[in-house]
Design a protein around this ligand. Structure first.
Ligand SMILES: *Cc1c(COP(=O)(O)O)cnc(C)c1O
Length: 388
């Protein structure tokens, strides 16, 4: 018998009546492209993270890409990042013509290891993309000190880190630019969507112009009664802006972010209590400088105490009707990265070792207490069945 009858997905968005009303309101307003709601969402989001400027975009990938383009990254440049991330953190570097250079991770937080960054810096290194893995902040003081020393542009990948704080400061207000994701599985959703925040006025104007074809004026400046038909193309830009349909959802989600985060934290406390003293498992931590956003709850298996590997553990959980995922397959072992840059197994031993042990368990505000109890029971069953 499975732990539960119905399959429990590892992630689901929380969409309530206020979210539906927010989107319907955009539709009824007649303004469905980028307009007043997107601008309001930008304003509120910037205020929320404590940044001077925000540009709402159609993805975090676009946010990362435009920030690099605006910072002037290109051919011949190198950008440091972690292999323990989603493809877009490094793909966007390649799109600018620059080369991604990986730095191994800290085994506990799974974030880029500041102690190993210096060894990878060359005369070509221009930027660094730290990723706040699972919602736990990187040690930014260390990273910013190195960046200052070597004049590097710091672009934080905060796809997991809406709500994260580092030493009491909200992520989004710290590095040169920060990219957020509002993809369907993230802590705050707009379906697809993203945001870039910065305190740098020049960078902000460049990103804004790049996000709508390199045009000097967007539709809101042209099609309203005070607008003018005239515009100029300032650069061969992209089409990466958010729409008011998405922003309608973003505004209602932002309004209840605290509540959603409260539910995440309760679930994490419950999991930590239940899993914390099982020797076959290692539970995630929140270091003293961190306020964790708990985007993901990643357990690490102590494989020497189990008779099965991670893949089999996942299959067993699936048999119990519990969905899981793995964050992430290290980028350097994917065929493109391996073949293009000559990376191979063994290059980043910490990331590779951690990868063999990790499972992301279901964690989201839409989960019921019973769902969480089922996850705990299923994990315990599998551990008991396969402990050495
Ligand atoms: C989800 C994710 C992204 C990409 O976000 P999109 O909004 O889907 O473009 C980038 N980096 C990390 C670490 C992610 O998890």
């Amino acid at each position: 018998m499975s732990t539960r009858q119905e399959f429990l997905p590892y992630a689901l968005p929380l969409i309530e009546e206020d979210d539906i009303a927010g989107v319907v309101d955009s539709l009824r307003s007649g303004w469905i492209a980028k307009g007043p709601k997107t601008m309001e969402f930008e304003k509120q989001f910037a205020e929320y993270v404590g940044a001077k400027y925000a540009v709402a975009l159609n993805s975090c990938t676009a946010a990362l890409h435009l920030a690099l383009v605006a910072a002037g990254l290109g051919e011949g440049d190198e950008v440091l990042t972690t292999p323990m991330t989603f493809a877009s953190s490094a793909n966007v570097v390649i799109h600018t013509g620059a080369k991604p250079v990986f730095v191994d991770i800290d085994p506990v937080t799974m974030n880029i290891d500041p102690k190993q960054i210096r060894e990878k810096i060359t005369s070509r290194t221009k930027a660094i993309i730290p990723v706040h893995m699972a919602g736990h902040p990187c040690d930014l003081d260390e990273i910013l000190a190195i960046a200052k020393e070597h004049n590097l542009f710091v672009l934080e990948d905060a796809a997991h880190a809406v709500y994260t704080q580092y030493k009491g400061k909200t992520i989004g207000s710290i590095g040169n630019a920060t990219a957020f994701s509002f993809y369907a599985t993230k802590n705050l959703v707009t379906g697809e969507g993203g945001m870039v925040t910065t305190n740098d006025e020049t960078l902000y104007h460049k990103i804004r112009v790049l996000s709508t074809h390199g045009m000097s004026r967007n539709a809101w400046n042209r099609y309203t009664e005070t607008g003018s038909w005239y515009y100029e193309i300032l650069s061969p830009g992209y089409k990466d802006n958010m729409s008011d349909i998405m922003a309608g959802l973003g505004l209602s989600q932002l309004a209840k972010l605290e509540r959603m985060q409260g539910i995440r934290r309760e679930l994490v406390e419950y999991y930590n209590t239940e899993f914390g003293n099982i020797p076959e498992l290692e539970v995630p931590v929140e270091l003293v400088y961190a306020r964790h956003a708990w985007h993901l709850y990643i357990i690490k298996l102590n494989l020497d105490k189990l008779s099965i590997d991670r893949g089999k553990f996942i299959e067993e959980l699936k048999e119990e009707n519990i969905g899981t995922s793995v964050h992430f397959i290290p980028l350097h072992i994917h065929p493109y990265y391996r073949d293009t840059f000559g990376y191979k197994q063994g290059d980043f031993p910490v990331a590779e070792g951690v990868f063999e042990r990790i499972i992301s368990l279901p964690l989201y505000p839409k989960m019921s207490k019973q769902d969480a109890t089922d996850v705990v029971e299923a994990v315990k069953r599998v551990v008991e069945r396969f402990r050495k």
